[in-house]
Design a protein around this ligand. Structure first.
Ligand code: ADP
Ligand code: ZN
Length: 702
């Protein structure tokens, strides 16, 4: 099939202009009759790889999928694009099943979803159906090596024997090699083409913070974006409930979800989340698989995950639509201790402990986090990502020898008998009962670290542990022990380099960002479109994101289509959606333009072009290349787009810290005209583009 025809189909049925990486390759492989294994990250765009071929091929495409909820979602989403599809499972009546079976036979439905347990329902029809393609979704479920092993998957090997000439496409987001070869073997795939997409999800920002005052930090985080949808993953069921309650007390719409809750309540919570009625869910990892909601804007890990695979899958649930989305992980030593205990008591403990250790190293990283993640999945990247906390605030090293000496000698004085918190209290000369009970106030070195805050000591001690000067005795009440390396610092004059603590406590974080988002969050066309989408979704009883994704609404907000032909140029608008929803959305946009004469002024198309690319997740460098512009010109577009409310978030380009620095500069420079004075003030260390963006944010705050 020629590229042009495939592209035309992609636009007609799904409304997309371009394939994402590897989609076309996979589609061509299965269309040529070969088997394939597609390994793509969550949100990478696997569905189209079998949905598009299903439309092109003459016969029926069977999609094996593990979860009934997910099938329904996919079928709804296909229907909204005008594509006939069905699923067959044990909850349906024989009559309903017969109806679908007939539709498959007479060719009016070409795509059928089925759970592996239910394949026998199709058996009776196999002889009378032409099966053109078999897609096995979540194919890692076949492997006991994977993390979601499902025994029913192991029977799927018979499909190849039953249909030796039909292409089988196995899809998964689990990249590890053992699982991959298990999939190929157990499905009896015939010399399959293995396509591994990049696991990089550039639109997800990565951040790790120490777990102090978590609840406060989370509230501050949510208050910056009260309308947005997010998931907070917690380790225990109890935490999910407690946290949800605390958030509710602050007037935040949040619910708890875990496997111990009543099934009906769980289903209700999931529905409310999917339908945008309850934007926030505090959940154990039981939540999320089988949810395709594309407009999850952020994911927080309240506790450290067990391993990087799980972590990546969970944060992958944010930003499936490709729009910028935030992820935040809280790291605490208490979690590490607890997880170590679980891992060492569980099956396969050595492997589990090693995986946990990698997770911990990620959280403690001092270099670009995305590089670490991607290298875990076997991808080597040379460039720093610019969208993780380390890239945004690179660690500053200083000579911390004296601090180290103080801490290590305190541990010695306390006979290596005390946990972290007591050591800090001792260093700070705290006058609490625990200290007095043991008469620690009488020991030498009590209080020698009084001029360093509790928060900072906590960070420094963790760094000392990470450097190997001391360690936690997990099985002995977590007391801190010295290692032989400590002797070198205490007695042989070894110097210790520490990294300065970056303050990210709620009082100081992102105030500017908060203010900026508050002013732009609720106003604007996007909100109008979102409300319309919500209303239609309620009428049709489907999730809002199935009507249109956030990315599509954003694109409408920029292009402001007021005719059918303009509407069809929007990303995510195909023929069916134009016919179904075009009228209402065009009316809403026209109405909005009439009532907001200020906004009706058309932006120069050059800004629009930049914005359209940005919304397609194209990097600034790439935009500059494609549009043959300077990077600085593109950055000036972004500043303008932000100033004019077309972009609501530029934190990717300028950090809260930089904004504060610029404000400081403004005081000194008395708000000069032009950017050069700032550039000089910062000794040429802050790029013009950052300064420009910072000023745009400050202006808007006013
Ligand atoms: P996965 O199954 O890999 O997790 P999905 O198939 O659910 O991912 O796709 C994730 C999101 O990406 C969906 O919202 C989908 O509409 C969108 N998407 C897929 N392919 C494209 C494309 N070529 N262009 C734009 N958006 C796409
Ligand atoms: Zn980075």
């Amino acid at each position: 099939m020629t590229t042009t025809i495939l592209h035309a189909k992609l636009k007609e049925h799904f409304g997309f202009e371009q394939f994402r990486n590897n989609q076309e390759d996979i589609i061509n492989t299965v269309l040529s009759g070969k088997d394939a294994v597609a390994i793509m990250p969550t949100g990478g765009g696997k569905s189209i790889c079998f949905q598009l071929p299903a439309l092109v091929l003459t016969g029926v495409t069977i999609v094996v999928s593990p979860l009934i909820a997910l099938m329904k979602d996919q079928v709804d989403s296909l229907k909204s694009n005008g594509i006939a599809a069905c699923f067959i499972n044990s909850t349906q009546s024989a009559q309903e099943q017969q109806l679908y079976m007939d539709a498959l036979r007479n060719g009016s439905i070409k795509l059928v979803y089925i759970a592996p347990e239910s394949l026998s329902y199709l058996e009776q029809a196999f002889d009378s159906l032409q099966i053109s393609l078999i897609a096995i979704d979540e194919a890692h479920c076949i492997s006991a090596w994977g993390h979601d092993f499902r025994p029913a998957y192991t029977n799927l090997g018979y499909l190849k024997k039953r249909f030796p000439t039909t292409s089988i496409l196995a899809l998964t987001a689990t990249a590890d090699k053992a699982t991959r070869s298990d999939i190929v073997q157990q499905l009896n795939l015939n010399n399959p083409k293995i396509v591994v997409a990049s696991f990089d999800r550039k639109n997800l920002s990565l951040e790790v913070r120490p777990a102090l005052d978590r609840v406060k930090q989370i509230i501050a985080f949510i208050e910056r974006k009260p309308e947005e949808s997010g998931i907070i993953y917690c380790l225990s069921r109890k935490t999910t409930e407690e946290l949800a309650q605390k958030l509710q007390q602050k007037g935040i719409k949040a619910k708890a979800y875990h496997a111990g809750l009543d099934a009906r309540l769980r289903a209700q919570t999931q529905d409310d989340f999917i339908n945008d009625d309850c934007p926030i869910v505090c959940a154990t990892i039981a939540f999320g698989m089988g949810i395709d909601k594309s407009n999850v804007r952020w994911v927080i890990h309240y506790n450290l995950p067990k391993n990087i695979e799980g972590y990546y899958q969970e944060i992958g649930r944010a930003g499936r639509d490709g729009l910028p989305s935030e992820t935040l992980l809280f790291e605490s030593y208490a979690d590490v201790i607890q997880l170590q205990k679980f891992a060492s008591e569980g099956l396969n403990s050595e492997v589990q402990l090693a995986k946990l250790e990698r997770m911990r190293q990620y959280a403690d990283a001092l270099s670009c986090r995305r590089k670490i993640l991607l290298s875990y999945f076997g991808e080597l990247v040379t460039e720093n990502c610019g969208n993780c906390d380390i890239c945004k605030n690179p660690p500053v090293f200083f000579d911390g020898t004296i601090l180290a000496q103080k801490a290590l000698s305190a541990i010695t004085r306390l006979q290596q008998n005390e946990p972290l918190s007591m050591i800090i209290d001792f260093l700070r000369g705290s006058k609490n009962a625990a200290i007095y009970e043991k008469s620690y106030q009488d020991l030498k070195t009590y209080g020698i670290g009084h001029d360093t805050s509790w928060y900072d000591w906590n960070q420094y001690l963790i760094q000392l542990i990470n450097h190997g000067y001391c360690e936690i005795a997990f099985h002995q009440n977590n007391r801190i022990l010295l290692t032989p390396l400590a002797q070198k610092v205490l007695f042989e004059g070894e110097r210790v380099m520490l990294t300065a603590v970056v303050k990210k406590v709620p009082s100081t974080i992102d105030k500017t960002e908060y203010a900026a988002s508050k002013t732009s969050a609720k106003s604007g066309l996007f909100e109008v479109l979102r409300k319309l989408r919500y209303t239609i979704a309620k009428e049709e009883e489907v999730p809002a994101y199935i009507i249109f994704s956030d990315a599509t609404l954003r694109h409408m907000e920029i292009i402001r289509p007021m005719s059918e032909s303009e509407f069809l140029t929007i990303e995510g608008v195909g023929k069916a959606k134009l016919e179904k929803y075009g009228g209402e959305f065009i009316d809403a946009i026209t109405e909005y333009q009439k009532n907001k004469p200020v906004r009706a002024k058309k932006e120069g198309s050059t800004y629009k072009e930049t914005l359209a690319l940005l919304n397609n997740n194209v990097s600034v460098e790439e935009i500059a290349k494609q549009r043959k512009l300077n990077v600085s010109t593109v950055m000036s577009h972004i500043a303008k787009l932000y100033a004019d409310d077309h972009l609501t978030d530029v934190s990717f380009f300028v950090s809260a810290d930089e904004i504060n620095q610029i404000k400081e500069a403004q005081k000194v420079l008395e708000v000069p005209s032009g950017l050069k004075p700032y550039f000089d003030y910062f000794e040429e260390k802050m790029p013009y583009s950052t300064i420009r963006m910072g000023i745009a944010v400050i202006e808007k705050e006013k």
